[in-house]
Design a protein around this ligand. Structure first.
Ligand SMILES: O=C(O)CCC(=O)C(=O)O
Ligand SMILES: [Fe+2]
Length: 262
């Protein structure tokens, strides 16, 4: 990247050129482009993907099938509708543990299963994630609650760890992400995946699930995503990351032909 491009960028981003690396600048522009393109339109790929009831992941889903809509096969991505009840969301959002955890950590915090009145809700929700995914919740990270106010957003990022991350060494990478939408947003606040052109509008009670890794264990670069700015209202999401290591005895061994090659 040439010096004058860096100066242009620094005016645009309002930072000293010395503070900018070409990577920061390119990420910034990628983010602006993706935000402009995907935050202002709802992409729905015409596809053969469909909605169905999921009644096979666990015995519980046989009794209470989950409403599932497939959004993408690479990365595998589905949205569950009405997977968390209004009463559950309301009691969670009104609980002091949730609200305090936001204040403590500047609007983004891990909600730990500490010993208080909320532990039952959190356990229930963790079981629900197991029903949705069929995955083992051992070593999964604590739920993370995010509240976005006006203009609140989350820049383009991946959920998988950096290669050197210590947590990755202990419990494996973040195989899957589950994102619960705890409320509707009046305007804005969609979760966007610009590489695969998927835009998900927050809807109270739904949850988005996607796999961050290929079957081979390699990271899937198509999972790049961001949260669009909230234009009106506010947005609450609850994220759960499910790690790779405890799944080793529950995921089927793949034939080489089923492993990806990018
Ligand atoms: O809020 C969203 O829509 C996305 C949140 C997210 O990407 C995350 O928690 O990693
Ligand atoms: Fe994320």
């Amino acid at each position: 990247m040439k010096n004058n491009q860096l100066t242009d960028a620094s005016n645009h981003i309002d930072k000293d050129p010395k503070e900018l690396s070409p990577r920061t600048v390119s990420l910034h522009f990628q983010n602006e482009l993706a935000t402009e393109r995907n935050c202002s339109a709802v992409y729905r790929k015409p596809s053969r993907l469909h909605c169905r009831y999921n009644s096979s992941t666990t015995p519980f889903t046989r009794i209470a099938p989950l409403k599932m809509e497939e959004l993408s096969t690479d990365p595998y991505m589905v949205i569950f509708h009405d997977v968390i009840y209004d009463s559950e969301v309301d009691s969670m959002l009104n609980s002091s543990q949730f609200l305090l955890s936001l204040v403590d950590a500047g609007q983004k915090s891990d909600v730990r299963t500490s010993k208080d009145s909320n532990i039952e809700d959190i356990d229930k929700l963790e079981n629900r994630v197991a029903d949705m995914t069929g995955l083992n919740m051992d070593m999964s990270e604590a739920f993370s609650l995010i509240n976005y106010g006006l203009g609140g957003h989350y820049i383009l990022h991946y959920d998988f760890f950096n290669f050197t991350n210590q947590m990755r060494k202990r419990q494996g990478d973040r195989l899957a992400t589950v994102l619960f939408y705890l409320g509707d947003v009046d305007s804005g606040g969609s979760t966007i995946f610009p590489i695969i052109n998927v835009t998900v509008t927050p809807k109270k009670g739904s949850a988005l699930l996607w796999y961050n890794l290929h079957n081979s264990g390699d990271v899937n670069l198509k999972t790049l995503h961001s949260a669009c700015p909230v234009i009106s209202g506010s947005k609450y999401v609850l994220t759960k990351w499910i790690n790779e290591l405890p799944q080793m005895f529950s995921t089927p061994c793949m034939k080489n032909a089923n492993l990806h090659s990018d």
